[in-house]
Design a protein around this ligand. Structure first.
Ligand code: GDP
Ligand code: MG
Length: 442
């Protein structure tokens, strides 16, 4: 299936750093194939792949994310956007009855969906009326009556031989006098889009002015459903699509293409022959379903939110184990710079409240010039010096000051601050160690 294919592709993305063009190209080659095999419209695929590539190349890989997760997240967001982004609802008229017209080819699921939609509306406290306006097959009226009876919904019909427009108008009158606030007109279908069908539908539209014209399409027909939607939209004007039979082994292509190709959003999906309420269509949930990775996605989001926190925890762990080096100090200062203040970052480290208070009294100014000095000083040190400041003797201090364009006093001051910070950490460790110990950050 499409989701299996995509999962296979994402598994291949490994490593860290920035996503390279090669990584992304390779992954997107496979995503393109998977989408085409799922019968997604080729123009839609082309645009989709282009958009994802542009977004993915050069993306920073956060430490808590794998490259695969980053690409999955982008693919997920773009799939969601492709299907309209947010849920599209039906418009309810401020002046009842709201008139909904179900149109579509024969066998698409109009009659079934009319019943399911009626049930949804009934459950929302509406008083829907089903209208038997498929006048060509006597069985069609009977089918709607059976559905209406089983769902407890009234069904409006007229004598055989009455034309479709007259029935629709009659239904509006009936609804007004019977306080039905929504009417759902079940129209006739054909095996193919033909002129006679279109003219009849246009006639009904012109006479009763529906608030919603919903096209019912069968997901199993793939790109044919997209073509049908395009021609109905061109000729009749559509407000939404009901995509049925998504419970079957539909490849997902129609659902992914229809909005992008026609501009008409999917509003509902049919998930079975059983007369359950019609399900609203949620682009984001559909995208996750296609990716088959709902859990992974929320994980990715969570990871992004907690990235800074995770980094801070790592530091806290090093401090606790007394492995905190000047390199870590530098890294932490860069975090501080990003976050705005030292207080902020200390506030994010569990158990660091005490240190925060002590530092507050020392008036450490970590912005602007001083910050740049500290960075320059640390960068002028050798890795050995950064890892172990006790080896930094007088001549080393001179060299570091020269190398960083600062003075020996600046180097001394930094080393003193750093040593004090470590001392404070040890004190805190002792203070808390006897009782519960520091929180376990690991
Ligand atoms: P219409 O000709 O457009 O009115 O289509 P119908 O409502 O009569 O449905 C045609 C067939 O498709 C019937 O056998 C329905 O039970 C079936 N059907 C409709 N919607 C769905 C669906 O969402 N899933 C499945 N599996 N079958 C459906
Ligand atoms: Mg029907």
């Amino acid at each position: 299936s499409l989701s299996d294919r995509l999962q296979q592709t994402f598994k291949k993305l490994r490593g860290h750093g920035k996503l390279t063009e090669d990584d992304v190209n390779e992954a997107m080659r496979e995503v393109r194939m998977a989408l085409l095999e799922a019968d997604v419209n080729f123009k839609v695929v082309k645009n989709f792949v282009k958009t994802v590539k542009e977004r993915a190349i050069g993306q920073d890989i956060l430490q808590t994310l794998t490259p695969a997760q980053v690409v999955i997240k982008i693919v997920d967001e773009e799939l969601t956007a492709l299907m309209g982004g947010t849920q599209s609802r039906i418009h309810m008229s401020s002046q009842p009855p709201t008139i909904i017209m179900m149109v579509g080819l024969q066998g698409a699921g109009k009659t079934t969906s009319a019943g399911k939609l009626g049930l949804s509306l009934k459950q929302q406290g509406k008083r829907p009326l089903l209208v038997a306006d498929d006048i060509y097959r006597p069985a069609a009226v009977k089918q709607l009556e059976v559905i209406g009876a089983s769902l407890g919904l009234p069904v409006f019909k007229m004598a055989p031989g009455t034309d479709a427009v007259a029935i629709a108008r009659g239904a509006v009158d009936y609804a007004q006098s019977h306080l039905n606030d929504v009417i759902i007109i079940d129209t006739a279908g054909r095996l193919q889009v033909d002129e006679r069908l279109m003219n009849e539908l246009k006639d009904i539209k012109g006479n009763v002015h529906p608030h919603e014209i919903l096209l019912v399409v069968d997901a199993m027909t793939g790109q044919e459903a997209v073509n049908v939607a395009q021609s109905f939209h061109n000729q009749l004007g559509l407000d939404g699509v009901v995509m049925t039979k998504l419970d079957g082994d539909a490849r997902g292509g129609a659902a992914l293409s229809i909005k992008a190709v026609t501009g008409v959003p999917i509003k509902f999906v049919g998930m079975g022959e059983k007369l359950d309420p019609l399900e609203p269509f949620h682009p984001d949930r559909m995208a996750s379903r296609i990716l088959g990775m709902g859990d992974v996605l929320s994980l990715v989001e969570k990871a992004q939110q907690t990235f800074d926190e995770a980094e801070a925890k790592k530091m806290a762990k090093k401090l606790r184990k007394d492995e905190f080096t000047l390199d870590d100090f530098l890294a932490q200062m860069q975090q501080v710079k990003k976050l705005g203040s030292l207080e902020n970052i200390l506030g994010m480290i569990p158990g660091m409240g005490g240190l925060k208070k002590q530092l507050a009294g020392q008036d450490i100014d970590l912005d602007g010039k001083e910050m740049r000095h500290i960075e320059a000083i640390i960068r002028a040190m050798t890795p050995k010096e950064r890892a172990n400041i006790s080896i930094i003797n007088g001549s080393r201090r001179k060299r570091i000051a020269m190398g960083s364009g600062t003075h020996v006093q600046d180097v001394n001051k930094l080393l003193k601050q750093f040593a004090e910070m470590k001392k404070m950490m040890k004190k805190m460790k002792k203070m808390q160690g006897g009782k519960k110990g520091l929180p376990n950050f690991g």
